[in-house]
Design a protein around this ligand. Structure first.
Ligand code: PM9
Length: 461
C-alpha cells in the first residue's frame, strides 16, 4: 500500500451558521480603549473584531450539542440531563461522584471550603487566579512547586507543567503532611502558557503523596489538551487514545474541579468530582447553599445535556488534533516573524513575552497590559494580560507580586476562527512589533480588591 502523505490539521467540521462581526475603525477603537481604561476585559464585545480574550465559554457548540439543548429536562429535581452528565463523567473521567456547578470557580469554592483549614498549605503546579483566591479565602496558602523551567519563556522542556518532586518534598518536610489538605495538580497549566504535565511525573507525584496520605485534587479544565501532548511527546503513549490518556490522568487523582467552558465545549458549566463518599455528602449539601439543588447546581437541564455531549466530543482524536493544530499554526507563524513567545507553543493559546517585546518598560509600567491595548488599537484583536496585573498583591506585604512571566495571551476559542483569522492576527502582532519602541507604559488608576485584572483601570503614563 502507498505510504500516506503528510496531512495538515484541517478542521474536522464544516460551518453551518455564521455570526457577523464588526470591523471597527482606528478612531472607534481608540475611543473604546480609553473608555475601557486600557483593560480589554472592559471593552464591549461589539467593538472587537477577533476575540482572543479567552477560550472560556467562547467555543462553538456542535449541531449535536444544540440538539441536546432542545432535550433539556427543566425539572427542579432529578433532571434526566443530570443523570446523562453523571454517566458521561463517570465513563470518560472515572470519578465516582459529581456535583454540578455553574462554572469552575464555584467548584473551587466548595472544595476549598471543605478541605482547607486556616494555616494550611496547598502546593500546586503554578498558581491560577481564581483557584489561589479560593484557597486563600478558606485560610490556606498556595505554594508553587512547578519545575523551574515553567518560569522561563524560552525553555523548551516538553512538559513544563511538571511538578518538581524535590520542591514538593520540601513543602511536606517544612509544614508537615497534616498541614497539606491536598496537592493541586492542573493539567495544561494555564499561567505557564498551556503547558502539559507528563504521566510519568503524575505517577511520581502519586507515589510521593501516597506515602504521606495526601490527596491530589486535579484542575481538569484542559485535561484533553494535556492528554494530546502526552500522546504526541511522552514515550509509550503514541498508540493510546486521547480518551484513554485522559482516563489514566484522572484515575491517578482523588477528585477534580472542572471549568467545562474550556475543554468540554460549552458556553457555561462546571462541576466538582470526588471519589470519597463523605466528602461528596458534604459537597452536595454545600452546593444547595451557593448554587442550587445537587442535580443541577446552577445549570439549566439543557446546559447539562450540552455538556455531556461536549465531553464526548472533546476527546475525539480529530477534534483535539485540529484544536491544538490551530494554536500551533499561529505560534509557528509568530516565531517565524521573530516575535518573542513562550515556547513550546501551548494548547489553548499563544503567549507573547512582553518583557522581551517591550524591554524599555519596567514591570511596574504593566508592559503586558500596554501591549494588549496596543494590539487591540492596531486591529481590533482582543487579547489578555497574564503578568503582574493578574498576579495581584502579596497578602502579607501588600506589594505587587512580580511574576517572571509577563505575558499577553492570544487565546484561541475552539471551533470559532479560521486560518485566515490567524493570519490577520499574526500580521497585526508583526505590525505592533515594528513600532514597539514607541509603546508607552501604563499606570493603574483603579484597583478592585479581588482578581484585579478583570476590573482594574489604567491610564497612559
Ligand atoms: N479560566 C481563562 O480565561 C476564565 C477566567 S480567568 C481569566 O483562562 C483554570 C485552569 C482556568 C479557569 C478559568 C478556572 C476557573 C479554573 N481553572 O472561569 O470559573 O483556566 O469557569 O473557571 C479562564 P471558571
Amino acid at each position: 500500500m502507498e505510504k500516506q502523505k503528510k496531512r495538515s490539521w484541517a478542521e474536522p467540521y464544516k460551518i453551518k451558521m455564521v455570526e457577523l462581526v464588526h470591523m471597527s475603525s482606528y478612531e472607534e477603537r481608540k475611543l473604546a480603549l480609553e473608555t475601557a481604561g486600557y483593560n480589554t476585559f472592559l471593552l464591549k464585545s461589539r467593538d472587537v473584531y477577533i476575540d482572543l480574550l479567552t477560550d472560556s465559554g467562547t467555543s462553538a457548540m456542535s449541531d449535536r450539542q444544540w440538539a441536546g439543548i432542545m432535550m433539556g429536562d427543566e425539572a427542579y429535581a432529578g433532571s434526566e440531563n443530570f443523570y446523562h452528565l453523571e454517566e458521561t463523567i463517570q465513563k470518560y473521567y472515572g470519578y465516582k461522584h459529581i456535583v454540578p456547578t455553574h462554572q469552575g470557580r464555584a467548584a473551587e469554592h466548595i472544595i476549598s471550603q471543605l478541605m482547607i483549614k486556616k494555616g494550611d498549605v496547598i502546593p500546586g503546579n503554578m498558581y491560577f487566579t481564581t483557584t489561589k483566591l479560593h484557597q486563600e479565602l478558606a485560610g490556606g496558602k498556595f505554594v508553587d512547586v512547578i519545575i523551574d523551567e515553567a518560569h522561563d519563556p524560552d525553555n523548551e522542556h516538553p512538559f513544563k507543567g511538571n511538578i518538581d518532586l524535590k520542591k514538593l518534598q520540601k513543602v511536606i518536610d517544612t509544614y508537615g503532611p497534616d498541614k497539606i489538605p491536598y496537592v493541586a495538580v492542573a493539567t495544561a497549566v494555564n499561567m505557564a502558557g498551556g503547558q502539559p504535565l507528563s504521566l510519568s511525573n503524575l505517577y511520581a507525584v502519586r507515589e510521593l503523596t501516597n506515602k504521606y496520605n495526601i490527596k491530589i485534587i486535579h484542575d481538569m479544565t484542559r485535561v484533553a489538551e494535556n492528554a494530546f501532548f502526552i500522546k504526541d511527546r511522552e514515550s509509550g503513549y503514541s498508540d493510546k487514545s486521547v480518551a484513554d490518556i485522559v482516563r489514566e490522568i484522572c484515575d491517578l487523582t482523588d477528585g477534580a474541579t472542572m471549568s467545562a467552558k474550556k475543554d468540554a465545549l460549552v458556553n457555561i458549566g462546571g462541576f466538582l468530582a470526588v471519589n470519597d463518599n463523605e466528602l461528596f455528602e458534604k459537597a452536595r449539601n454545600m452546593v444547595v447553599v451557593y448554587e442550587g439543588l445537587h442535580t443541577y447546581g446552577g445549570l439549566a437541564g439543557r446546559d447539562m445535556e450540552a455538556l455531556a455531549i461536549g465531553i464526548t466530543e472533546s476527546v475525539d482524536e480529530n477534534h483535539i488534533k485540529a484544536r491544538v493544530g490551530q494554536v500551533v499554526y499561529l505560534g509557528d507563524k509568530l516565531i517565524e516573524m521573530g516575535i518573542p513567545v513562550v515556547k513550546p507553543i501551548g494548547s489553548h493559546g499563544v503567549f507573547l513575552n512582553a518583557k522581551k517585546f517591550l524591554p524599555h518598560l519596567t514591570q511596574d509600567m504593566f508592559p503586558a497590559q500596554a501591549l494588549s491595548s496596543e494590539i487591540y488599537l492596531d486591529s481590533g484583536v482582543r487579547t489578555m494580560e497574564r503578568g503582574i496585573v493578574s498576579a495581584g498583591r502579596n497578602n502579607e506585604t501588600g506589594k505587587h507580586n512580580y511574576p517572571n512571566l509577563e505575558l499577553v495571551r492570544l487565546t484561541i476559542p475552539r471551533r470559532v476562527y479560521t486560518q485566515a483569522h490567524m493570519d490577520v492576527v499574526a500580521e497585526s502582532i508583526e505590525q505592533v512589533y515594528q513600532h514597539r519602541e514607541q509603546i508607552t507604559g501604563l499606570q493603574m488608576i483603579y484597583e478592585p480588591e479581588y482578581l484585579r485584572f478583570f476590573q482594574a483601570r489604567f491610564a497612559k503614563l
